[in-house]
Every structure is written in structure tokens, then in C-alpha cells.
Write a protein that binds this ligand. Structure first.
Ligand SMILES: NC(=O)c1ccc[n+]([C@@H]2O[C@H](COP(=O)([O-])OP(=O)(O)OC[C@H]3O[C@@H](n4cnc5c(N)ncnc54)[C@H](OP(=O)(O)O)[C@@H]3O)[C@@H](O)[C@H]2O)c1
Length: 213
């Protein structure tokens, strides 16, 4: 699969490395320094494409992994994401436009990319931890949410290829428990493995909250 990573930093770089290792065609894009982007790509087993719109146009899946404040610039440079499967790894820290009261960061970001097949994943665990545990058995859970079932199935496959266990928290509403900050009733910042994660997902989808045992 052709995967464009917008922002191959700590999180995006780890996803890029794991997916390239698994045989995917990974392109990294969106950097303040084209030379750094090239050397980063070589290190990750990916290719570099300085033009974000070009990288996105050629991709089956787009991973958005930039600091919150850089999202408007990244999306502007990406151009239309309509029809693209997008994996949003971001968390709402730092400056920049914010979700409305009661709106999830996922819903807010989805509204900033009209027509995209939006999913959210890779955002609940630190980059160092994600790098360390990729491929470890039993697999560490990467939570997944979004309203497009087919897009989520595709992203679940990529999560497996990257060395984690995908667990679906449901549609846009399920995204709330994946989002910062770390708090009671949320999965953000917590490490999970099956089968506990499946019980949590069932509880969230049934509207019973995180339901950690
Ligand atoms: N770090 C974590 O532990 C962690 C965990 C879960 C989720 N997240 C979320 O994942 C997203 C990415 O986090 P990260 O820690 O991977 O970020 P990061 O290491 O700072 O990487 C940011 C990437 O964006 C690129 N970039 C391009 N323009 C930029 C600009 N104007 N300002 C900043 N970066 C720019 C950087 O490339 P150049 O440096 O080459 O410009 C770099 O590749 C964030 O939304 C974060 O909240 C992070």
C-alpha cells in the first residue's frame, strides 16, 4: 500500500519505519528542511517528497502526524484529502484552532479535511513506548476510531503490519475516550492488551464508558 506520512517526527517516523519494514511503499513529507527530510527518509526506509500535495495525491493512505499548531499549514499544503483514508495521530496540545466545547478533537479535525475517510489512531501512547513495543507479543493495543468502517478495516491492517493490535472503539463518539488528557474513564495514556481491550471497546460502544476491570 502507498502511505504518505505528513510529519515524520517521533510518531510519524515510527509508523513510517514499521510500515516500510512490513513492505509498504512509504513516502514522508512536510518538513521545514528538505535536506533533513531526505536524510530522515533514508533512515526510515522511506522516500522523501517535499511537496505535500504530490505525496498525498499518490497515496492510498495519509497519516497526519504533526504538532497541533502545525495542522493548518499541513492541511493547506496537502490540498484536498477528499476520498483519502486518513489516520490522524494528533493530540490537541499547544496553540492553534481548538475544538468547540463538547466537540472531540477527532470531529474537529475531520471537519478540517472535508470528504476525507477519517480515522484516528497511534495517539494514546508515547512515541518512545510505541517504538519500543512494536512487534512485541502479546501485542500492545493501538486504539482506532472513526465513522468509515471500510477505512477502519484498512487502517486496522496497517496497525497489525506496524506491530500492534488494533481495537476499534467505534465511530466519532468512541474517539472521546482516546483523547487527551489522561483521566479516569479514558484509554488515553494507558497500555492495553487483549482481551481486556475488547471488553473496554464493548463498554465504550455500548455507552458505558471505559469500563476498565
Ligand atoms: N511524541 C509523542 O509521544 C506523541 C504521542 C502520541 C501522539 N502524539 C501526537 O502526534 C503528533 C506528532 O507528534 P510528534 O511528537 O511525532 O511530533 P514531532 O516529533 O515534533 O514531529 C513533527 C513533524 O512535523 C514536521 N514539521 C513540519 N513543519 C513543522 C512545523 N512548522 N512545526 C513543527 N513540526 C513541523 C517535522 O519535520 P521537521 O522537523 O523536519 O520540520 C516533523 O517531521 C502531535 O500532534 C502529537 O500531539 C505525540
Amino acid at each position: 500500500m502507498r502511505v504518505a506520512i505528513i510529519g515524520a517526527g517521533r510518531i510519524g517516523g515510527n509508523v513510517a519505519r514499521q510500515l516500510a519494514r512490513a513492505g509498504h511503499d512509504v513516502v514522508v513529507t512536510f518538513s521545514r528542511d528538505p535536506d533533513r527530510l531526505r536524510s530522515r527518509a533514508a533512515d526510515l526506509g522511506a522516500t522523501a517528497e517535499p511537496d505535500v500535495a504530490t505525496a498525498v495525491a499518490a497515496a492510498d493512505v495519509v497519516v497526519l502526524s504533526v504538532p497541533w499548531a502545525a495542522i493548518p499549514a499541513a492541511l493547506e499544503r496537502a490540498g484536498s484529502l477528499a476520498g483519502k483514508v486518513v489516520v490522524d495521530t494528533t493530540n490537541q496540545f499547544g496553540p492553534g484552532p481548538m475544538p468547540a466545547a463538547g466537540q472531540t478533537a477527532a470531529a474537529f479535525n475531520a471537519s478540517r479535511m472535508p470528504g476525507a475517510r477519517y480515522t484516528k489512531s497511534f495517539n494514546t501512547l508515547t512515541s518512545g513506548f510505541q517504538e519500543q513495543v512494536a512487534g512485541r507479543d502479546p501485542r500492545v493495543v493501538q486504539w482506532l476510531c472513526g465513522d468509515d468502517a471500510e477505512a477502519k478495516a484498512l487502517v486496522a491492517g496497517l496497525i497489525r503490519d506496524a506491530g500492534y493490535e488494533p481495537v476499534d472503539l467505534g465511530g466519532g463518539d468512541g474517539c472521546a475516550v482516546m483523547e487527551a488528557p489522561r483521566r479516569d474513564g479514558a484509554v488515553y495514556g494507558e497500555e492495553y492488551r487483549l482481551p481486556e481491550a475488547q471488553q473496554v471497546a464493548e463498554a465504550v460502544r455500548a455507552g458505558r464508558g471505559r469500563g476498565r476491570l
